[in-house]
Design a protein around this ligand. Structure first.
Ligand code: APR
Length: 278
């Protein structure tokens, strides 16, 4: 019994008990799972929220169904919708949120082991997290290549094409160029699969701003030890949260949830200081 004699874990039922546990020496390795919901307050829409979500607004692109924008077969026939979306989401125009800065504060306290993110906005990096702490499970704009011959393509050239709303073609085989963002049906980056085993050593899992509907990312929640507390901070109840004795569900905005948690931890000033730097 890993936590014998440590009542905090067995009482994990609300933010105060999570904060108490985080301050105990039983909590050393915190893992994070992020989704689009932690970036909405920076102005980047999420995908599935009704009305405001990207999928509700892509209809104007005459897609057969919203997810087509991230499908290779559709992209081959009509790269325009993805190129338009890629321009809108291109990193650089958005500021990290307090929820991103909370990850930096967690790292400052030597508690952050790994942050798994589904987001391609690179805001975890812009909040100050070092590369070795981040796993961008759905890829990012960091690199781009031809979807046919896989030859890498120049980043600046692609950015120029995106902003001129032109399509980029491979200089080698004329194939379409796509950033290394993971499309439906494509395999996730090797780093994602290499990082999964470390979840077995988690002392705490915090899941923020995700609908937990996309696999294999969503299945990470099952990989932490049975008695490892799992904290969900989200507008709505998602996944199988509540099925384990140490699950804590905190419904509400990510920024509000992390501010409340930091207040309980005595990290409020540090959080605001880190966020001021972004
Ligand atoms: N605070 C808390 N929760 C929020 C906030 C907020 N400010 N804004 C949105 N949410 C919640 C929504 O209620 C929803 O449960 O975040 C979740 C966002 O879910 P999705 O829009 O499905 O985004 P995500 O889970 O990241 O999607 C996963 O789907 O389309 C693919 O590859 C894409 O990475 C993406 C994946």
């Amino acid at each position: 019994q890993k936590y014998e004699g440590n009542p905090t874990v067995l009482e994990a039922r609300d933010l105060p008990s999570i904060a108490k546990y985080m301050k105990s020496d039983a909590c050393k390795r915190v893992f994070i799972m992020n989704g689009a919901g932690i970036s909405t307050s920076s102005g980047i829409p999420d995908f599935r929220s009704p009305d405001t979500g990207l999928y509700a607004n892509l209809a104007r692109l005459r897609l057969p169904y919203p997810e087509a924008v991230f499908e290779i077969t559709f992209f081959r026939n009509n790269p325009k919708p993805f190129y338009m979306l890629a321009k809108e989401l291109y990193p650089g125009n958005f500021r990290p949120t307090p929820a991103h800065s909370f990850l930096k504060v967690l790292d400052n306290h030597k508690l952050l082991t790994k942050c798994f993110t589904q987001n391609i906005d690179t805001l975890e990096r812009r909040a100050g997290l070092s590369d070795d702490k981040i796993v961008e499970a759905h890829g990012s704009y960091a690199s781009q290549r031809c979807i046919d011959c896989k030859r890498p393509y120049d980043a600046a050239k692609l950015k120029e094409k995106l902003f001129k709303e032109e399509v980029a073609h491979c200089e080698n085989c004329k194939g379409l160029i796509k950033p290394d963002i993971v499309f439906f049906g494509e395999s996730l980056p090797p780093l994602f699969h290499r990082s999964i085993p470390s979840l077995k050593s988690a002392d705490l899992l915090i899941v923020m701003g995700t609908s937990l509907v996309v696999q294999p990312f969503a299945s990470l929640v099952d990989l932490v030890p049975e008695d490892c507390p799992r904290l969900l901070i989200n507008l709505e109840h998602v996944g199988d949260f509540g099925s384990r004795p140490n699950d804590v569900v905190h419904l509400g905005k990510c920024d509000d949830g992390v501010r409340e948690l930091c207040r309980l931890l005595g990290w409020e000033e540090e959080l605001e200081r880190e966020w001021e730097k972004t």
